[in-house]
Design a protein around this ligand. Structure first.
Ligand SMILES: [Zn+2]
Length: 222
């Protein structure tokens, strides 16, 4: 089977989306890019993640052409593909409808540097302008708002995270949702203190030096 490992990982991480509370039902989607073969594996549209088999995962080439898989790809395939076309530091994308990121995105606000963990995504997390789901316009606006970052909020919609591999992208999505939850709760009882750009720049360099872009939650807990 073409991209067997990537397709198995897409299935496994889609289930993890539900288990980690990052999405409900068939919301959200995941893709993994094989840069050598210039092919991406993306979750299929509208199938229960616990009933999805690797063969259901759709393979698309870098130009957007369908290569393998009987199912229809996620309606957000352009949102994933744009990162593989335009950035060479992202080989996996996780898109969620997680609650606290979406709360902020509903206010069309970004997530400021309220925790050092936000350095996993960059200096802060911006909120991309709104566009209709499944459109090229949404892909372009989301891409633009994620320049120099590894996560972005999508207005009135959700969260997107990208990384060098699926473990890294998933970890960023999980940590940013956690930071969004803490920030929203802190805002409800007071005024959160925001870390300085200098401190965040230091954190980014520590993260990059110690773990590269492959840092996982387990590493952080050490
Ligand atoms: Zn979505």
């Amino acid at each position: 089977m073409i991209l067997q490992k990537e397709r198995e990982d897409v299935v496994r991480y889609c289930q993890k989306l539900i288990e980690a509370g990052l999405t409900k039902g068939t919301g959200g989607n995941i893709s993994i890019y094989n840069r050598e073969q210039r092919l991406m594996a993306i979750s299929p549209s509208g199938i229960d993640y616990f009933e999805t088999e690797p063969e259901d995962v759709v393979v698309i080439d870098i130009d957007g052409k369908h290569v393998d898989g009987k199912r229809k790809p996620s309606s957000e395939h352009e949102l994933h593909r744009i990162f593989y076309v335009k950035r060479d530091d992202i080989d996996a994308v996780v898109h969620t409808h997680s609650v606290y990121s979406t709360v902020l995105a509903t206010l069309e606000e970004g997530l400021p540097a309220s925790s050092y963990l936000i350095a996993l995504a960059g200096l802060d997390v911006r909120c991309a302008d709104y566009a209709t789901f499944g459109t090229m316009e949404l892909a372009q606006l989301t891409f633009k708002a994620m320049v120099d970052r590894y996560a972005v909020l999508m207005a009135n919609h959700g969260l997107l995270a990208g990384g060098k591999d699926i473990l890294n992208a998933f970890n960023i999505a999980e940590e940013i949702e956690h930071c969004a939850e803490v920030y929203v709760k802190a805002r409800s009882i007071g005024t959160p203190v925001i870390l300085s750009e200098e401190e965040m720049t230091k954190m980014i360099s520590i993260f990059n030096k110690s773990y590269g872009q492959k840092m996982t939650k387990a590493d952080l807990d050490k």
